[in-house]
Design a binder for this molecule. Structure first.
Ligand code: FE2
Length: 304
C-alpha cells in the first residue's frame, strides 16, 4: 500500500478561455478534453490522461489535489485509515470526471480537499515508450515534463504533516520550525518516488493554494521559462533563483486569474530513509530564496 505521487490538481479560474490559452500556449500543456464545463490538460512527458483540470468560477482557488495509489485495495485500506484520523471522506464514482475511475475524496486538517485514485486512462507520453526520442517535436511555451508539486497554506502544520506521514505513509524531506524548535511552520512531503516534494505546507490561512509547480530539467530551462513568461507579459512573482530547501531552481509567476505557478528544476533525490533537513524560521528567507535571503511581501501574502 503506497502513495506513488501527486497526479493532478483541479483549479478554479476567472476566465476559462483566457486560462486555456495561457496553460496551452505559455505553460505549454496539451488540452486533452472538455466535459461539464471543465477543461483537461496533460504535459508532454506524462502518460496518464490528464494532470490539470480547470473550471470557471467567481474566484480563483484550488478545488482539489490528488495522489495516485497503486490499486483498488489501496483505496479501501487508505479509506479506513483516513476515517480513523477523523477526516470527512466520501467515494467519488467512476466517470465523475473525464477518463477517471473511482476515487476517495477527503478533507485535510487544513481544509484542503484531496483525492486518492488509481484508475485513470493511460494514453502514453508524447514520445511513446518504444525507442523514444528525448523530447517530441512541436513543443510550445515552457513545455514542462509534468505537474511536479503543490504548495498549500494552513494553520496547523504539525497535524497536517502527521496526517501525510502516519496515514498516507509519505515522508518529510525538510521542515521549517520556530527557532526554539517547538512548532513546525513549514513541511515538504514526498511519496516514495525520489522527488524532494510532492506537496508542501507553509503556515498561513487554511484552505489556500500557494502555488502549483511544473517540472523543467535544469537551471537553463528555468531561465528560458522566464524568457517565455516575459515575452508573453506574464506577471512575475519571483525571477529565476535557487531554493535552499530542496536545492531546486525556480521562478514564480501568476496565471491570468492570480493562481501562482512555478517552473521548478532539479532538486536532490530522496529515499524513504532520507534524513529530514530542518531550517529554523529565522533562516526562512535563505531557505526559500538562497540568494536574496528574504521573502518578498507578495510571496508571503498572495494566495488563492
Ligand atoms: Fe514549489
Amino acid at each position: 500500500m503506497a502513495v506513488m505521487r501527486i497526479g493532478r490538481a483541479e483549479l478554479r479560474v476567472l476566465d476559462l478561455e483566457e486560462s486555456v490559452k495561457y496553460y496551452t500556449e505559455v505553460i505549454g500543456l496539451d488540452e486533452v478534453g472538455r466535459s461539464d464545463g471543465k477543461v483537461y490538460f496533460k504535459a508532454w512527458d506524462e502518460f496518464d490522461h490528464h494532470s490539470l483540470i480547470l473550471q470557471e468560477a467567481d474566484s480563483p482557488r484550488l478545488d482539489h489535489l490528488a495522489f495516485k495509489v497503486e490499486n483498488e485495495e489501496d483505496l479501501s485500506k487508505f479509506e479506513k485509515k483516513i476515517e480513523q484520523f477523523e477526516c470527512t471522506l466520501k467515494r467519488i464514482s467512476k466517470r465523475t470526471r473525464l477518463a477517471e475511475g473511482e476515487a476517495i475524496r477527503f478533507e485535510l486538517p487544513t481544509g484542503h480537499h484531496v483525492e486518492l485514485y488509481y484508475d485513470i486512462l493511460r494514453v502514453g507520453s508524447k514520445t511513446g515508450s518504444l525507442n523514444p526520442p528525448p523530447w517530441p517535436d512541436g513543443l510550445r511555451g515552457i513545455a514542462p515534463h509534468r505537474l511536479d508539486h503543490l504548495a498549500l497554506t494552513g494553520e496547523d502544520i504539525n497535524t497536517v504533516t502527521r496526517f501525510f506521514t502516519e496515514v498516507l505513509g509519505m515522508f518529510v524531506s525538510e521542515q521549517i520550525t520556530t527557532v526554539d524548535g517547538e512548532e513546525m511552520v513549514g513541511s515538504f512531503i514526498f511519496a516514495s518516488n525520489g522527488k524532494p516534494h510532492d506537496v508542501a505546507f507553509i503556515k498561513g490561512p487554511d484552505k489556500k493554494l500557494h502555488h502549483a509547480a511544473f517540472y523543467v530539467d535544469n537551471w537553463y530551462d528555468v531561465l528560458k521559462a522566464a524568457d517565455i513568461l516575459s515575452k508573453n507579459n506574464v506577471s512575475f512573482d519571483v525571477t529565476p533563483t535557487r531554493h535552499g530547501i530542496t536545492r531546486g531552481q525556480t521562478t514564480y509567476f501568476f496565471d491570468p486569474s492570480g493562481n501562482r505557478n512555478e517552473a521548478f528544476a532539479s532538486g536532490y533525490i530522496t529515499y524513504p530513509d532520507f534524513p529530514t533537513v530542518t531550517w529554523t524560521e529565522d533562516k526562512i528567507g535563505q531557505g526559500i530564496f538562497y540568494h536574496r535571503r528574504e521573502l518578498t511581501e507578495s510571496f508571503a501574502k498572495a494566495l488563492t
